[in-house]
Write a protein that binds this ligand. Structure first.
Ligand code: C5P
Length: 224
């Protein structure tokens, strides 16, 4: 582990999309590349944290220097996160599918045999909300992300209250911004003290600034 202000701190995080199977060869996914989460994992590890990096099938490789736990579905991600606790902080950068297919077929769905299939959905567990609401075992700092397209600060502030997390890192993912899948991000950090908007910068720079803020907030670990 690297030396730095997060030495002695254990941080559990999620990154990437989830895949929700329809049948053995098909799934529902989303456009998350895992780029911001991967940059954040790298930055946290670079500051000395022990990072458990729970990742869905991302299009970028996971960072070096973290413990990688690979999952596919939201439910696997939830189980992996809970199994990795306790931690000093938890950061949820994954784009978790809101729904899973309850009508998942054990064999490949065939065409040409009658009607087109109808998929049935059930809501996935909300990992951020569940961890935020843990009594004992709640990490001291719980950070969520919010991808918004309009009224970013209002929606993200509401999300922070609804989920019960400490911070929301909100980003404007309107197609015109080019942020989703792009190299840059423009974020607003929502805490109990209000909203702090950062200028647009590379995802690596956002990750480093966030990691530093996390380190400042946690302070030095006792007995390091
Ligand atoms: O509700 P929404 O998806 O907008 O919230 C985004 C935040 O919640 C992100 O931090 C995401 O990782 C987390 N989340 C989660 N589990 C879900 C849905 C979202 O942890 N099922």
């Amino acid at each position: 582990l690297a030396d730095g202000p997060l030495k002695g701190r254990r941080i559990v995080m999620t990154s990437g999309p989830t895949h929700e199977p329809i049948d053995p060869v098909r799934y529902i996914a989303n456009r998350s590349s895992g780029a911001q989460g991967t940059a954040l994992g790298r930055a946290l590890a670079g500051l000395g944290a022990e990072v458990v990096f729970v990742t869905g099938p991302a299009s970028v490789p996971p960072p070096a220097g973290v413990e990688v736990v690979r999952v596919e579905t939201a439910r696997q991600m939830r189980d992996a996160v809970l199994a990795a606790l306790p931690a000093d902080a938890a950061v949820f950068a994954a784009a978790v599918a809101d729904w899973r297919v309850t009508s998942e077929s054990a064999s490949k769905i065939k065409k040409g045999v009658g009607e087109s299939p109808t998929l049935q959905f059930a809501e996935n567990p909300d990992i951020l909300a569940e961890v935020s609401k843990l009594g004992q075992g709640r990490p001291g700092l719980v950070v969520g992300f919010a991808a918004e397209t309009d009224d970013v600060i209002r929606h993200a502030t509401e999300k922070r209250a609804r989920k019960g997390c400490d911070w929301i890192v909100a980003n404007d993912v309107s197609p015109a911004t080019g942020i989703m899948g792009g190299a840059e991000n423009a974020v607003t950090i929502i805490t109990e003290d209000g909203a702090d908007s950062w200028e647009r910068m590379g995802k690596d720079a956002v990750a480093m600034a966030l990691a530093r803020r996390i380190a400042e907030t946690l302070g030095p670990a006792s007995g390091r």
